[in-house]
Design a protein around this ligand. Structure first.
Ligand code: SF4
Ligand code: SF4
Length: 77
């Protein structure tokens, strides 16, 4: 499972960043993003911690097919 932050919903509160056990969440100039190479969906906890704690409901699972398409685009661009 991979996750993504919807920048239109994210209030930039920063709560998720320090809670990620894999340090997969970081802030760029103005947005928070999840590094999908580091995110393992919190498998050891049974639920994505960041999604659980985000009060803005800004963190969503990426559907596998969409994720693969995204990877394909990154490979070829
Ligand atoms: S907890 Fe939610 S609203 Fe706050 S920075 Fe993270 S994604 Fe954005
Ligand atoms: S699901 Fe877990 S590992 Fe992935 S970004 Fe969220 S807190 Fe980090």
């Amino acid at each position: 499972m991979k996750l993504n932050i919807n920048e239109n919903k994210c209030t930039r509160c920063g709560s998720c960043e320090p809670e990620c056990p894999n340090e997969a969440i970081f802030q760029t100039d103005d947005v928070y993003v999840i590094d999908t190479k580091l995110c393992d969906g919190c498998v050891r906890y049974g639920t994505p911690l960041c999604k659980l704690l985000c009060s803005s409901n800004a963190i969503h699972e990426i559907k596998d097919s969409v994720y693969k398409k995204y990877l394909g685009l990154r490979i070829f661009n």
